[in-house]
Design a protein around this ligand. Structure first.
Ligand SMILES: [Zn+2]
Length: 289
């Protein structure tokens, strides 16, 4: 269609609009394959954290076929959310209401509802008279995100260990298998998404919905920050560090899990270039005076 990367990205996530069938891959690496596979093979635990905003129910006169074709609020939300998480939609990208409505085959009102929800979660920025944009966290906001994560995530570890069951441990290990698999395939998009989701999953399994909701938002903001500020060599969380965390959780060693989590966050933060630009830049040095 057009060369618009937004459209391209959204088209890639919107084919198969009924929500069944695999999301087509954007490239041969198989991006997206593990996403519908792992998201749809069982109920998405994270979906329960974000109950749909009240949407008008489908028009009574709609035929079943029409209903089937229409994307629900949750499906559209999830597709945009994952496209952002996987860096297919970049920070600062304009989300044109009209085009999204066409792509997803829904009304602009429905798109507005989804964008409002994403804006509420700080993933999207709504600018009056200009429209909706994928958020572009500043360095100061990025530092705030890490500060919040340092407060929240040790608490998540503590609570998860206190309430640990064999099922919860199995879920973490299952998730890690997906991460390993994405790394083996060198599927960078899936790796970034799954790394972030590891943290949201841990918070969700810990059983505190307020912590889990915050963690989900902080994870996606971290994904945006990785895109904006990551040093070119690193991608996201180190896989072995998630293994160590799971190991400490399995042993119910709360002190160790909390310490490992703080170290893990240090590593993620130090892999980003988050130095606030100095006011007095040496322009002569930069331009060879
Ligand atoms: Zn991690």
């Amino acid at each position: 269609m057009s060369g618009d990367p937004l459209l391209a990205a959204l088209e890639a996530t919107s084919v198969g609009a009924a929500g069944d069938g695999p999301v087509p891959t954007m490239e041969a690496t198989g991006t997206g394959v593990c996403c519908p596979g792992h998201r749809r093979s069982r109920p998405d635990p994270l979906a329960t954290l974000n109950p749909p905003m009240p949407t008008r129910t489908a028009r009574r006169s709609a035929t079943p076929a029409r209903l089937q074709r229409e994307n629900t609020h949750d499906e559209i939300y999830e597709k945009i959310y994952i496209a952002i998480l996987e860096h297919r939609l970049h920070p600062g990208t304009k989300l044109v209401e009209e085009r999204l409505a066409e792509i997803f085959g829904v009304s602009r009102a429905r798109i507005r509802e989804v964008l409002a929800r994403l804006a509420h979660e700080q993933i999207v920025e709504l600018i009056p008279q200009r429209g909706a944009y994928v958020a572009k966290p500043t360095i100061e906001q990025a530092l705030d995100v890490f500060e919040a994560r340092r407060l929240i995530e040790p608490a998540v570890m503590r609570r998860l260990i206190e309430t640990l069951t064999p099922e919860k441990l199995a879920r973490l290990r299952q998730h890690q298998e997906l991460e390993f698999d994405a790394r083996r395939r060198d599927d960078k998009r899936a790796v970034i998404r799954l790394s972030g989701e590891f943290h949201s999953l841990a918070a969700e399994l810990a059983g505190n919905t307020a912590l889990a909701r915050s963690m989900r938002e902080l994870s996606v903001l971290t994904c945006l920050m990785i895109f904006l500020y990551d040093a070119p060599t690193s991608t996201s969380c180190r896989a072995d560090e998630h293994s160590e965390l799971i190991d400490a959780i399995a042993k119910r060693d709360s002190a160790r899990a909390e310490r490992l989590m703080l170290e893990h966050l240090d590593h993620i933060e130090s892999s980003m270039n988050l130095e606030v630009a100095s006011e007095d830049v040496d322009l002569e040095a930069i331009f060879g005076g």
